[in-house]
Structures are given as structure tokens and as C-alpha cells.
Design a protein around this ligand. Structure first.
Ligand SMILES: [Fe+2]
Length: 284
């Protein structure tokens, strides 16, 4: 890794991109996201985002408003489903408690692979996480390329998946699949098992271990076998980039062609990340 793959000041783009893993992730070097970016720079960042699926910007200092403004360069900002923040477009992901009350959501421990809000009709297009406080170890975020996972399927498997849909659900309490969740009791939505990215035209697997319940219309055994195969592919280390956070990191991911998961971390240590979502459209 480490090779600069695109963009230098010499060709008119005021940043460079360093590849983070073979299939996913690029570090953008040379941009200060607290400043207004020129339209041609925004366009270049968007191109890099579509190419690398996940972009990392180190050593940033962002207010809530800065982060929302950055999100607006990609689409309509979306905040939290449950928290009342001063800025409604901001969601805190944190285990920090004030007066015994959690200040954020998804507080503790491991979080299995998922794409955000795929239990809704219009899952997020993407999201931006900004690291404010971190534990001394763990709490890493793994990002997986669902393009790479799809491309690894055999031709017969791709044919078998064509036209299939899956029910996706989430009960907001579950961070690790328990098998006990009743999908009729929480938000749920059926989406294609393979989705086509509306901007790149590439196909990616659109089921995940945390939220996808079953493939519609198939016997349970067959559905389970297909889902297990797809989850394993999506979680294959070869197709993932594991991000070890530093305070000041900003990570922008494309929720249409990636999944992410969190590794465990000490419950006794504080962790606080600020998320701004970007509104998406209906997958096809
Ligand atoms: Fe997430």
C-alpha cells in the first residue's frame, strides 16, 4: 500500500489519494474540510469517493456545522433517528454517559457487518464519521467492498441471485445477530439481494449479517445457505479495510457499495464519534 494513485497539484487537483487496501479505501491528502471547497475540488472528491468507496481525511478539526456542510457536498444531510442533538443532522455514536444517560447510540462493544438503514425504503447514500474521543485500543471500523464480494461469485451464483430480494430488519438494540429478533416488530424493508450502484453501474451484494433476515420466497434452509455464503464473502479480509481511528479522522463511506463493522473495545474507556448521514434513494 501507500502508493499515490490519483490527483496531485500538478494536474490541477489540490489533493492526492493514497490507496488503503487492494479493494477499498483511499486516504485523501492535502484537504482541510473546515474550509469551503471549490466546485471543481468537490467534483474531484466525489470521483475519488466513487472510485475508492471509502475516503479517509486525517487531522481534521470540524464543528458540527462544518461536517454538515461537507455532507451537503454529496447530498441531503440526515441526522439521528433517536437523539436530540443541537444540530438535528448530527448523530453521536458513543458510550459516554452524562448523569447516567447515554449521550449517543450504539454505545458498547462489537458491531457486526451492516450497511446503514437498509431496513428502510431509502437507505443512506453514505455517511461521514468524525472521531472525537477514542479508547486506547479497539473500536476499529472494518469497511468491506460489496463490489469485490459480488465479483468473486461464480457466474452460476450471480445468475441464481438475479431478481432475488431479502427482508432486512433491525430492532435498534441488536449489535450482534441473535436470531431471536422478530422482523415484524421493528422497521423492515425488502431490497434486492444484489444492487446496482446508480452512479457507477457496478453491482454489489446488498445483504448483511446484522440486518438481513431471509431471502423472500425461498425455503429457510436454502435462504440460510445463500445468506451465509454472501456474508462470508462480504466479510472476507481480502475485501476489507480495517480502519484504526485517530482523533481528528474523518471517514466518508458510500453506503451503496460497502458494509462496515466495529471491533470490540474496553467498556471502561470513552469513545465518541460524530456521524452525519447522506440521504439515499431506493435501491434497484
Ligand atoms: Fe453503521
Amino acid at each position: 500500500m501507500g502508493d499515490v494513485v490519483s490527483g496531485t497539484e500538478a494536474n490541477g487537483v489540490p489533493f492526492a489519494v493514497r490507496r488503503l487496501s487492494p479493494h477499498i479505501g483511499g486516504e485523501v491528502i492535502g484537504l482541510d474540510l473546515s474550509r469551503e471547497l471549490a466546485p471543481e475540488v468537490v467534483a474531484a472528491v466525489r470521483l475519488a469517493w466513487l472510485q475508492h468507496q471509502v475516503l479517509l481525511f486525517r487531522d481534521q478539526t470540524l464543528t458540527d456545522d462544518d461536517q454538515v456542510r461537507f455532507a451537503r457536498m454529496f447530498g441531503e444531510p440526515v441526522g439521528s433517528r433517536s437523539m436530540k442533538q443541537a444540530n438535528p443532522n448530527v448523530m453521536l455514536i458513543s458510550n459516554v454517559r452524562e448523569n447516567g444517560q447515554l449521550i449517543g447510540v450504539l454505545p458498547d462493544g462489537e458491531l457486526q457487518f451492516h450497511a446503514d438503514s437498509i431496513y428502510l425504503e431509502k437507505p443512506l447514500m453514505g455517511a461521514i464519521l468524525y472521531a472525537v474521543e477514542l479508547p486506547s485500543t479497539g473500536g476499529n471500523t472494518k469497511f468491506s467492498s460489496t463490489y469485490a464480494a459480488y465479483d468473486a461469485l461464480s457466474r452460476d451464483e450471480k445468475r441464481r441471485l438475479s431478481g432475488l430480494t431479502a427482508l432486512n430488519a433491525f430492532d435498534y438494540e441488536t449489535q450482534v445477530r441473535t436470531g431471536r429478533f422478530d422482523p415484524s416488530k421493528g422497521p423492515h424493508y425488502k431490497h434486492p439481494v444484489v444492487r446496482t450502484h446508480p452512479e457507477t453501474g457496478r453491482k454489489g451484494i446488498f445483504v448483511n449479517r446484522l440486518m438481513s433476515q431471509h431471502i423472500v420466497g425461498l425455503p429457510a434452509k436454502e435462504s440460510d445457505a445463500i445468506l451465509a455464503r454472501l456474508w462470508d464473502l462480504c466479510e472476507c479480509p481480502e475485501f476489507t479495510y480495517e480502519h484504526v481511528w485517530r482523533v481528528g479522522d474523518v471517514v466518508l463511506w458510500d453506503n451503496r457499495c460497502t458494509q462496515h463493522a466495529r471491533t470490540d473495545f474496553p467498556a471502561s474507556e470513552r469513545r465518541l464519534l460524530r456521524r452525519v448521514g447522506i440521504e439515499g434513494d431506493k435501491p434497484y
